[in-house]
Design a protein. Structure first.
Length: 253
């Protein structure tokens, strides 16, 4: 189960309320969550990461806000179950991929960030993926591609089709309608959406964003409050072949 970007303490609280029951209901083996916006404001803190883990998340991936909070830097170096995009320089805190021993199989989990319309100038994510796949020793490989452009995400899906078990997009906070299994057996969706306030612009108060677009003047973002949703995708993966059997998106309210 892969959960879309969790936004703020409101999103964290909603996840804690709904995830345990949904895991039991769907018989989920492993939960990966993008937590780069889980702190109020931007970024992730040790406190917000711990909240996600104690709510039923097994592994956290990040994105362009990975290093927004300096207090998380030691946490990224110490914790084995949280990664940041692998195509950041090696000098950055944390690592970009990891292997998880499940006993009956091993999971390789990779975090990459796109280049199109993103803030940072990073290593090409496609060539970075090639390097990582040569090093990973796991039958099941899962990739969170944190990117803005749908074309770049779609291209990454096809680029890795047959070489990894699943590729999902994060960052744009809008659930797309294309959950599928690609021709060579890789599960895919362009973006798995977000976990946060429904009546908002990507989790931020909508009035602020409307003023920003209408006036072209800078605005200080404030997170919205109210009724929430949780977006996620479930990939059913054959543990022997590593191929994806099905991909299905969900929205919990």
């Amino acid at each position: 189960m892969c959960i879309g970007d969790v936004v703020g303490s409101v999103g964290c609280a909603f996840l804690r309320e709904h995830l345990p029951h949904f895991k039991r209901q769907q018989q989920i083996d492993f939960v990966i969550c993008n937590g780069e916006n889980s702190a109020d404001g931007n970024g992730i803190t040790p406190k917000s990461a711990d909240h996600l883990f104690t709510s039923g998340v097994d592994f956290i991936t990040l994105g362009n806000h990975s290093f927004r909070r300096k207090e998380v830097y030691p946490y990224l170096d110490e914790k084995p179950n949280i990664i940041r995009p692998a195509n950041y320089p090696s000098s950055a805190p944390g690592v970009g991929y990891a292997t998880v021993d499940m006993g009956y199989t091993a999971l390789g989990i990779v975090n990459l960030m796109g280049q199109q319309f993103m803030d940072a100038t990073l290593e090409n994510p496609f060539t970075a993926a090639d390097k990582i796949l040569k090093e990973l020793d796991a039958k099941i490989v899962l990739v969170d591609f944190h990117a803005e452009a749908t074309s770049e995400k779609r291209a990454m899906g096809f680029y890795l089709d047959g070489r990894v078990s699943a590729v999902w997009g994060t960052h744009t906070h809008v659930l797309t309608a294309d959950a599928e299994v690609l021709p060579e057996g890789t599960g895919y969706i362009t973006d798995i959406g977000m976990t946060g306030v429904i009546d908002s612009c990507l989790g931020v108060k909508k009035d602020i964003i409307m003023r920003r677009f209408s006036t072209q003047l800078p605005e200080r973002f404030e997170l919205a409050g109210g009724e929430c949703k949780l977006n996620c995708v479930i990939f059913d993966i054959d543990r022997k072949s590593g191929k994806c059997l099905s991909a299905q998106s969900f929205e919990l309210r």
